[in-house]
Write a protein that binds this ligand. Structure first.
Ligand code: FNR
Length: 380
């Protein structure tokens, strides 16, 4: 299979596995513990039926959406994905370029390989910066200042990863950052010569934004220790208020999965929340994010902009989330598979696949605009 014959995100996933070593793919694919929540995200989205409507005058569809007051060509953005630079050399820059070409927002993770400055120098369109809150307030303030200096157009504060949900596959594989050829995985890695040439021999291999802070991090085991020592488990809503003061621009709180928390988020004066369980990578046993979306929309939908992520693998999935009240979605693994498979072209392909699926779904459901995708377009 080549990029030309790829028909859907699942095809990109298969190509990704061919190109990228199993330990890196394991890190990207896994959910925490039993992966129950990871699977629930996918299953619950797939179980939502869309109403077929015919002869409804659905020609000339318009997929544009306003996200945080800015025009976006599509009603979704690229989610923050740590270590995307292990998928492809300069992975974050490539993903940001593909997003810019598609006219949608890109979010750079705190734990990216390329730094804020690297991405700002390579991409003209403003991007969003995702912040993890650490104990050292000076360092957090510094990251925020760097995001401001890079003219990031929104800050995405992720609040559901103060401790790391264990992913068994990472423990089994012993993946390291920067990646190294190790005896245990050597046969596997040698079967991916394209990846070796592209990533292993590339220049940027370690975390760009937190260099110096993560000294001595070799394996993901010490990465876990690093998170345990640096991330602030005492993070509270007062700290969110502190971030709000440091960052007067658009603030998105990511990782809300509870109605009470959604109400508290509104009180912080944030611009938006992302209903999310971190792609099933944190609290195993939590509900799927799509099953919480309608309740959170009911509670705070008129007070704050609501974004959604978790399990989106198609345009039909984007349609389902929009129908249940999200204003926009973030896609994570769906674009990451494209990045693994073919760098920037692969991310463009992923965006294009989802956009075309969404467009055809709208046509067959009899709607012309994103605003018209309401609960009424679902079969209950
Ligand atoms: C993530 N996610 C994430 N979120 C975040 O706020 N900061 C981060 O650094 C990361 N890193 C990360 C790495 C990988 C490999 C994955 C798969 C996910 C979570 C991400 O932003 C998003 O919430 C989920 O990916 C959404 O679920 P889907 O679309 O992957 O099913």
């Amino acid at each position: 299979m080549t990029l030309d014959t790829v028909a859907c995100i699942e095809d990109l996933r298969r190509l990704a596995h061919r190109r990228v070593p199993a330990d890196v793919m394991g890190y990207y694919e896994s959910g925490s513990y039993s992966e129950r929540t990871l699977h629930a995200n996918l299953r619950d989205l797939a179980n939502i039926n869309i109403r077929q409507r015919v002869l409804a005058g659905a020609a000339n569809r318009n997929l544009r959406q306003t996200i945080l007051g800015e025009k976006s060509r599509l009603p979704f953005a690229l989610a923050p994905v740590g270590m995307s630079g292990l998928a492809y050399r300069d992975g974050e820059i490539r993903a940001a370029r593909a997003a810019a070409k598609a006219g949608i927002p890109y979010t750079l993770s705190t734990l990216s390989i390329c730094s804020i400055e690297d991405v700002a120098a390579a991409v003209t369109q403003p991007f969003w910066f995702q912040l993890y809150f650490m104990k050292d307030r000076g360092f957090v303030a510094d990251l925020i200042a760097r995001a401001r200096a890079a003219k990031c157009s929104a800050l995405v504060l992720t609040v559901d990863l103060q401790v790391l949900g264990q992913r068994h596959r990472d423990i089994h594989s012993g993946l390291s950052v920067p990646p190294r050829l190790r005896l245990r995985t050597i046969a596997n890695t040698l079967s991916k010569p394209g990846w070796i040439a592209n990533v292993l021999m590339g220049k940027r291999k370690s975390f760009g934004n937190v260099q110096g802070r993560i000294a001595g991090t070799e394996g993901l085991a010490s990465y876990r220790d690093w998170i345990a020592s640096q991330f602030d488990q005492a993070l509270s809503w007062d700290d969110v208020a502190w971030v709000r003061k440091q960052w007067p621009g658009k603030l998105i709180i990511k990782g809300i999965l509870d109605v009470e928390d959604a109400r508290l988020a509104v009180q912080t004066g944030a611009s938006a929340i992302v209903v999310s369980n971190h792609g099933g990578r944190q609290l195993d046993g939590a509900v799927s994010s799509i099953s919480m979306l309608p309740r959170i929309v009911d509670a705070v939908g008129s007070d704050i902009e609501i974004m959604f992520d978790g399990g989106i693998r198609s345009g039909q999935d984007v349609f389902r989330a929009l129908a249940l009240g999200a204003k926009s979605c973030l896609i994570g693994r769906a674009y990451l598979y494209g990045l693994c498979a073919a760098g920037e072209a692969g991310v463009s392909k992923a965006i294009d696949i989802i956009a075309k699926e969404l467009d055809v779904t709208m046509a067959l459901a009899g709607v012309r605009t994103i605003d018209a995708i309401t609960p009424n377009t679902l079969e209950t």
